[in-house]
Design a binder for this molecule. Structure first.
Ligand SMILES: [Ca+2]
Ligand SMILES: [Ca+2]
Length: 192
């Protein structure tokens, strides 16, 4: 227990972080170890990281997350790192939500918002065809030709774009995923 506490004590605002993300002390310590292993030069932030390397599992969206940092050209400190991963924490079905507690990062609507942000790189509230293409390219890479990518992008926009402005708003995005089990697709078991 002694070493456990000392790791936690080294993390600033760790209590807030646990509250916001719903991660247990054991999760936080494990993620901190992973973070330190990735941050070889000890700078306290990462330029990029591969979630697949961290978790060894590949739900649908993970390839996208792997490119998250690269596309944004922002660095990721430990808190951001934990918060990114917290979106993938499965919902605790046996732990009822306390009435006044803030919405957890891993709620369905936050998972959707996070996924939307991955696409909406210029943060104008809409996914443009170019943005969609960028993510598809990162996700599918070499497996498909540029022509196929463009046709997937066009089809995706056509299906989701209800107001015909050639872009996907958050509302359109949410509607197009209404029947998808986001919790299942965006969940990772962090501890066995
Ligand atoms: Ca955009
Ligand atoms: Ca639209």
């Amino acid at each position: 227990m002694g070493s456990t506490n000392s790791t936690l004590l080294k993390i600033p605002n760790v209590e807030v972080l646990m509250q916001e993300t719903g991660f247990s002390p054991a999760h936080i310590i494990r993620l901190h170890d992973r973070f330190k292993a990735l941050d070889k030069e000890g700078r306290g932030h990462l330029w990029s990281f591969s979630v697949t390397k961290i978790i060894n599992k590949q739900p649908l969206c993970l390839e996208v997350i792997n490119n998250y940092v690269n596309l944004r050209k922002e660095t990721v400190d430990f808190h951001t790192f934990v918060k990114i991963l917290a979106h993938f924490r499965p919902v605790d079905k046996d732990r009822p939500k306390e009435p006044n507690s803030p919405e957890l990062i891993n709620s369905r609507s936050n998972k959707l918002k996070f996924a939307f942000q991955l696409y909406d790189q210029d943060k104008d509230g809409k996914i443009s065809r170019d943005e969609l293409l960028k993510v598809l390219r990162a996700m599918l890479g070499m497996q498909v030709t540029e022509e196929q990518l463009e046709s997937i992008a066009d089809r995706t926009i056509q299906e989701a774009d209800l107001d015909r402005d050639d872009a996907i708003s958050f509302e359109e995005f949410r509607k197009s995923l209404e029947k998808v089990n986001i919790d299942h697709k965006m969940s990772i078991r962090f501890l066995r």
